[in-house]
Design a binder for this molecule. Structure first.
Ligand SMILES: Nc1ncnc2c1ncn2[C@@H]1O[C@H](COP(=O)(O)OP(=O)(O)O)[C@@H](O)[C@H]1O
Ligand SMILES: [Mg+2]
Length: 280
């Protein structure tokens, strides 16, 4: 059997809110395995723990219990072998676009001329040619996001994590990037996009996050994101995933506050807004 790209076993994460001694469970026994080359998308209501899982996969945060392996090796520290496009673009404000996107290769000791050549093409693909000397404050949110995606794609890691990466992007850029993003683990807020890109869509429960259901997407590739809704099997799959997801979103809205001392815990404002998807 080939070694999985990612193997998560019985993962729990509890956070203690600042100024209290109360721990709140954010992830409750999450186990999942992603095969090499598999494109896996996680959907779930806001606050169910999607970003928390990705942070732990990248080694930026430690599990309270449970284990994470990347290509068989236990993740115990920041894992620079995994590419991670975080929800915020994380560009350094004092560096130009060019030197921001080069940073990952620079830190790996790749010579400047090689960096420039490798990045020129990727910057062109996402429509950033001509903006190399601009600083992040001179770029739109979508351009900054594209730059951080290019930075992550530049070093050819075997696993790439992306946290709602297409939020600020226009439809055309999304489709262009789709071609580039072949081996990803991916958190999205658009269910159509999730189905179009993925081999598997995983639905998480409302907090504390558990894996609720998992759907194989057997629609043949290459896929056309604009026509995916016409593909055989798409409508049934969309209905099944949306039904599962909607129950969890409803649970989140029914219970905006938990009783007792947990009330004053901070919550993230990360949106999951499938219903307002521009495709429907
Ligand atoms: N550093 C942290 N400290 C305390 N609570 C946190 C922290 N990070 C996340 N949480 C909590 O964990 C839960 C899951 O958050 P998150 O993973 O950001 O959800 P999602 O990405 O699915 O919207 C939320 O209740 C959030 O408030
Ligand atoms: Mg999030």
């Amino acid at each position: 059997m080939t070694t999985p790209a990612i193997e998560v076993s019985h993962l729990y994460k509890a956070f203690v809110a600042a100024g209290t001694s109360q721990a709140k469970l954010a992830l409750d026994d999450v186990s999942l395995t992603v095969a090499p080359g598999e494109f896996c998308t996680i959907v779930g209501p806001s606050g169910c723990g999607k970003s928390t899982i990705l942070n732990m996969l990248a080694g930026l945060s430690r599990p309270t219990m449970g284990e994470i392996r990347h290509e068989g090796r236990l993740v115990t520290a920041v894992n620079t072998a995994i590419g991670y496009v975080t929800q915020d673009d994380n560009l350094l404000p004092w560096r130009s676009l060019q030197s921001n996107v080069e940073l990952a290769l620079e830190l790996r000791g790749v010579p400047r001329s090689v960096r420039r050549t490798r990045l020129r093409e990727l910057l062109g693909v996402v429509g950033l040619s001509g903006f190399e000397s601009h600083y992040p404050s001179e770029l739109s949110g979508g351009m900054r996001k594209r730059a951080s995606i290019v930075r992550t794609l530049s070093y050819n890691s075997s696993v790439i994590l992306m946290d709602e990466p297409f939020g600020p992007l226009d439809a055309q850029t999304r489709v262009i990037l789709q071609d580039e993003l072949l081996r990803l683990w991916f958190v999205t807020h658009d269910l159509v996009e999730a189905i179009a890109l993925s081999d598997r869509v995983i639905v998480m429960s409302a907090a504390p996050g558990r894996i609720k259901s998992s759907y194989e997407v057997s629609i043949p590739r290459p896929r056309d994101v604009f026509r995916i809704h016409q593909a055989a099997g798409f409508a049934q799959l969309y209905d099944a995933i949306w039904t599962s997801l909607r129950e969890e979103i409803a649970r989140t809205h029914e219970e905006p506050h938990e009783p007792g001392p947990r009330n004053d815990l901070p919550t993230t404002e990360v949106g999951l807004d499938v219903a307002s998807s521009p495709h429907f």
